[in-house]
Each structure stands twice: as C-alpha cells, then as structure tokens.
Design a protein around this ligand. Structure first.
Ligand code: PAF
Length: 286
C-alpha cells in the first residue's frame, strides 16, 4: 500500500494504474464505520481496480469554535487499518497541497445544504463540497463511497455531482453502530462514559418514531415529538435540531411518507452527534 502526500505523486501513481478507481474520502481517526466503507470499496474495485482512501482533516469545514485543533489524527493506526482492509493507496496531503497559497475558489450548494447541519454550522457544507470536488479532481475516481450517518452530506454531494456533471458514481453505505445503537463516529472518543450511555437515546428515539410511523402515525410534528421525548430523558443531552425531511431535497415535511427521513443533531457537552432514520418503505430500512 502506497502513502501519497503530494498531487504529483498521486498523479504518477494513478498514471501507472489500470482498472476502476474507488475512492473513500475520510478525515482519518478511522473506526469500524470507515472500515465498512473501505471493505465496500474493495469489493466494488474487484481484483483489477484500485482503492484510494484519502485522509485529510479539512480545515474549511470546521467553524471557528469547532474541534479542528483537537480532532484526532492517529495516522499510524489509520494506515494499518487501510492496509489490513486491502486499500491500495492512502492520499494524505498537507493543507498546502489541497489549498495552495492564495486559493480563492470554493464550491457551494445552496438548497440541500441550507437547513439541518447547514443552519447550525454556517459554511460547513461549502468546506465539504470544496474539498470533495478537489479530491474528485485529484483522484479521478470512477466510484466514491460515503457513509449514510452523514445523511445531509450524502445528499449535498449527490446534488453537487448532479449539478456539476461530475463523472463519478456515488455509493452510500449504511451506518455502522455499536451494539448499544450508538452510531460510530470519530467524535465518540470525546464522550464521557455517562454521555456515551445517554447518547444511546438518539437511536432509541429515532427507532421509536419509526415504529410509530409503522403503526400509522404520519404527523411530522408528532413523530419529532416522540424523538424529542426520548432524548429529553437523557439529562446531559442538548438538542440542536430534530428535523423531518424529504429524503433527497431535505425540505421539511408536515406529513411523513415512506422514505422521508428524520435527522437530528444533539450536543453532549461540546460534542455534537448526528444520526438519522428513514421511514420504512414497506420493510424496515436503516
Ligand atoms: O465525512 C467526512 O469525513 C468528511 O466530511 C469528508 C467527506 C472526508 C470531507 O472532508
């Protein structure tokens, strides 16, 4: 497995490869959720294709009061996981490679990115779109794999890819969870033992809403209230938002239909966790 640090070394490596390129963009601090994305990428690439994992803590998607400086960067452990799971290369650039001095171009999606995390984290999705497009341009992937825990991110990137005619096929992989239901996230390491236990309320609340939907409840207001009530029973939790939205446009809905999504963000201290659930389309979904 190659570790590539510059655009030139990446270009040379790509020039020498044949077969499909499958990209897994990450900010590192890899956990089993990322592991599932890499494994999926390996399968998609087959024996002739190549899997590139990018590890880059992208400064432009962090707000001024967010955790950029303390964001975990365990590169050796990350590289070991990538190697074990069959990645062919890691692209691990410095900020100067991604943002050359004087960089003055950004990419912004204006509709799907507006609400939910976009409202709470101004500029976040501009940072995400900008870096993801740069990574697409640098790595030229045929396919790119993202995790559905970051549901809005998936939809924003899908819209960007459609709108800008980017020649990549997006694969969205299901959220990987702890047995407690807590969605795996690099930020879970910030949680105290007590916060970690309480954070299981997010999944419980979302599942309670999904069950109520399965029994016929369609009011977005009532379904959101079910989630809020479960989370309110966790005294350390502070709800940022609970939104009931159309699955693709992320426009708020009043009456929920199969496929619509409830997405949320909840603070435990300064740690902000996100999760989501889709209303079943027949059988139960994620
Ligand atoms: O999901 C992430 O880890 C990041 O937002 C991404 C897509 C790698 C862009 O920095």
């Amino acid at each position: 497995m190659k570790v590539l640090r510059t655009a030139a070394s990446l270009r040379n490596w790509l020039a020498a490869t044949t077969g499909k390129i499958v990209l897994v963009p990450t900010m590192g601090a890899l956990h089993r959720g990322h592991g599932a994305l890499i494994t999926r990428a390996r399968k998609l690439a087959g024996k002739d294709g190549r899997v590139i994992v990018t590890i880059f803590v992208n400064p432009t998607q962090f707000g001024p009061k967010e955790d950029l400086s303390r964001y975990p960067r365990p590169f050796a452990a990350d590289a070991e996981m990538c190697r074990t799971l069959g990645a062919d290369a890691i692209f691990h650039p410095t900020p100067e490679v991604i943002y050359p001095t004087g960089s003055s171009t950004t990419v912004e999606e204006h509709t799907v990115a507006r609400g939910l995390c976009g409202a709470s984290r101004p500029g976040h999705f501009r940072g995400v779109c900008t870096v993801v497009l740069k990574l697409f341009n640098l790595c030229r992937p045929d396919l790119a794999v993202f995790g559905l825990k970051d549901y809005q991110q998936c939809q924003v990137i899908a819209r960007m890819v459609r709108d800008l005619h980017i020649p990549v096929r997006l694969i969205f992989a299901p959220t990987v969870r702890e047995p407690s239901g807590l969605a795996l996230s690099s930020r879970n390491i910030y949680l105290s033992a007590e916060e970690r236990t309480e954070a299981t309320a997010l999944r419980r609340g979302l599942l309670a809403a999904r069950t109520a939907f399965g029994k016929g409840e369609r009011s977005a207001h009532k379904l959101r209230a079910i989630v809020a009530k479960t989370i309110a029973a966790a005294p350390l939790a502070r709800i940022d938002y609970i939104a009931a939205v159309d699955a693709t446009s992320l426009e708020p809905v009043v009456k929920m239909k199969p496929g619509d999504t409830i997405a949320l963000a909840v603070f435990f201290g300064t740690t902000r966790l996100i999760d989501n659930v889709q209303m079943p389309k027949g059988g139960m979904t994620r």
